[in-house]
Design a protein around this ligand. Structure first.
Ligand code: ADP
Ligand code: MG
Ligand code: ZN
Length: 614
């Protein structure tokens, strides 16, 4: 996700240097190894002139030999004018050898070299060294394979690095707006605190809790708070941390995690983003990901292996419960589901209160207004917004954070930071008309929420934005969806009417419009195809697509029908109110940003536009 931090980058550099150093060692070993095997040390006993042992015997008989040196099987024989070499059978006694031949050794000096002599040392070495080198060689190969993944083998020793073990001091009171979830987790807390109560009743103790909710709704936070509330150890690991370069690491990591947690019971094991490993097995093409499956299997085995005495709770978090393997959510595994929703206005107010602690705000700040402004913000967004507001206020050297800072921070969190690009007047005019087009169409859509602000100041990807002030809603209606699609078309419609031209700037609008239209057809049953859904997600290779080709074509037809109608509506509105569009675009070019009041002052009250039914 994030770019490498400087310290990480530094670390990987060090590893690379070490590797090349290791490489040199490896090559050295290989060379030595080859040298030893091909030119063994034995060869250092150089044969002078090798003769058969029978000749030595006859020479001794003739009294020619003054000295025989025996070293292992090699006999070095000194005669008057020459030195001969011969060999005997291994293990054969030299004295016995001559005795058997009926030859006396009286006139010959026999020196038997001790077996512990240098020569035999060399012999031993030359047979053992290659093996040692081989072992060393493979050791280095392994070390190198381990490379960047430092802790695969040291895994057993450095547990602390793998999963943080601590007793969080976070309590339920630090998490706001998720009261139902807290209620369900209170039971887990009670079980961890008073297990005997449940045992006495013979109740099957809870094992696995799956926390489901969109990103930033506080899943991780709530898991920690549960451990804090129960005052137990908390072992956490992210699903992706199980995946490593070497197959089998994930499974052994899981085994280790459970073993460690078991030792410090009562405890909570938390597997964050479990969808990284918990996806349906066999979901990939032809069998899928082995490593992932092994890890998943290991976790299931561990969870099945809990005895009733175990005071361990496994919690896991995901924002994709739909992709999880059914085996994970069977009874006795992650059979409890705690759902965290995006916070409603009450929840947002509570979250604001938590994160406003320790920050100075102006006295008369309207927190209700802030809560209303932050529709669609997750807990993490809110925290982020308050932080941005604080930074902004500090930069402007204010004494306290005010509404303007919060407003700016909210826009920044939702739409990204301001990004002023160098634009030609032509480009600016195009952008102004484009945004004015969105605003004008929305003004004529009676069911849409009112305009909050229009701007032609670029932010991240976009050149301008037309924001509406959304309200908390449980349902979307077909009417509102169609109006949203028409509003999304407003930008392109204005370009087309005013400039008879199309720009690339409308591409994300079109994407949004098409996505909404598709959802209407395949998810919400809001098209001529009738009230049914079309599961277009091909879950696995084996499970064939549920939607026939014929039906797919019809779906596309319906989507096109919806977007075409919406575009026609947008064109009709733009054409009818062309004068208003010009006023709006000009004002935008002058002021860059228009607030809702300024917009309404220019346009007059919103009214319903009646168009001929398509
Ligand atoms: P998730 O795991 O669901 O993606 P996190 O628990 O990581 O979300 O939330 C990120 C941060 O956002 C938290 O550390 C916390 O500061 C803030 N946050 C999110 N939800 C809440 C909440 N319900 N109450 C208070 N703070 C929250
Ligand atoms: Mg999280
Ligand atoms: Zn647009």
């Amino acid at each position: 996700m994030a770019a490498l931090t400087p310290s990480k980058r530094k670390k990987s550099k060090i590893i690379r240097v070490n590797l090349s150093w290791k490489n040199a060692l490896i090559y050295g070993f290989v060379l030595l190894f080859i040298a030893f095997t091909f030119f063994g040390f034995n060869q250092s006993v150089e044969p002078k002139k090798v003769v058969p042992i029978s000749q030595i015997i006859s020479d001794v008989r003739q009294g020619k030999v003054s000295e025989i040196k025996v070293s292992d099987i090699v006999l070095t024989v000194t005669e008057k004018d020459k030195i001969l070499t011969s060999t005997k059978e291994p293990g054969q006694n030299v004295y016995q050898l001559f005795k058997d031949a009926g030859v006396s050794l009286d006139k010959t000096k026999v020196i038997i070299k001790d077996d512990t002599g240098l020569n035999s040392w060399i012999n031993i070495l030359s047979s053992v060294l290659p093996i040692l080198l081989m072992v060393g060689f493979f050791y280095f190969i392994f070390r190198q394979a381990r490379g960047a993944q430092e802790n695969i083998f040291s895994f057993g020793q450095s547990r602390a690095k793998l999963f943080s073990k601590d007793t969080p001091r976070i309590k339920f009171s630090d998490v706001a707006g998720v009261d139902e979830a807290k209620q369900e987790l209170a039971e887990i807390v009670d079980f961890l605190k008073h297990p005997e109560k449940y045992k006495a009743m013979g109740a099957r103790t809870p094992k696995g809790v799956l926390m489901v909710g969109p990103a930033g709704t506080g899943k991780t936070l709530l898991a920690r708070a549960t451990a804090g509330e129960a005052n137990v150890q908390f072992f956490s690991i992210a699903g992706s941390e199980f995946m490593e370069m070497l197959v089998g690491v994930g499974a052994s990591r899981a085994r280790d995690l459970f073993a460690t947690a078991k030792k410090s019971q009562p405890a909570i094991i938390f597997i964050d983003e479990i969808d990284a490993i918990g996806r349906q097995r066999g979901a990939g093409f032809m069998g899928g990901h082995d490593e992932r499956e092994q890890t998943l299997n290991q976790i299931l085995v561990e969870m099945d292996g809990f005895t009733p005495n175990e005071q361990l709770i496994v919690m896991a978090a995901t924002n994709r419960p739909d992709v999880l393997d059914p085996a994970l959510i069977r009874p006795g595994r992650f059979d409890r589901r705690v759902i965290l929703d995006m916070p409603d206005i009450v929840g947002r107010k509570a979250i604001l209160a938590i994160h406003a602690r320790g920050k100075p705000f102006v006295k008369n700040l309207d927190w209700d207004k802030v809560a209303r402004r932050t529709v669609g913000f997750s807990g993490a967004d809110i925290e982020n917004m308050l932080n941005e507001a604080a930074i902004l206020a500090a930069r402007l050297e204010k004494k306290a954070i005010d509404m303007k800072d919060l407003e700016e921070a909210a826009t920044k969190v939702k739409l990204g930071p301001e990004k002023r690009r160098l634009q030609s007047d032509e480009d600016k005019k195009m952008t102004a008309y484009h945004e004015a087009g969105h605003a004008l169409v929305s003004w004529q859509m009676p069911h849409l929420d009112p305009i909050h602000r229009i701007s032609i100041v670029g932010r991240s990807e976009s050149l301008g934005q037309t924001e509406i002030a959304p309200e908390d809603r449980v349902h979307e209606t077909k009417t509102r969806l169609i109006e949203q699609i028409a509003m999304a078309m407003g930008g392109r419609a204005a370009e087309s009417v005013v400039f008879s031209e199309m720009t690339t700037g409308a591409s994300s609008d079109l994407k949004k419009a098409t996505r909404l239209a598709r959802l209407m057809v395949v998810e919400f049953g809001m098209s001529d195809l009738g009230p049914m859904t079309f599961d277009e997600d091909t879950k696995s290779y084996y499970e064939s697509n549920q939607t026939s080709e014929n039906m797919s074509a019809k779906i596309d037809e319906q989507i096109k029908k919806i977007t075409d109608v919406a575009y026609k509506q947008a064109i009709a509105i733009i054409s009818k109110f062309r004068d208003k569009l010009d006023i709006l675009a000009e004002e935008l070019l002058k002021k860059e940003t228009l607030e809702s009041e300024e917009f309404l002052a220019l346009m007059g009250p919103r009214k319903a536009f009646s168009f001929a039914k398509a």
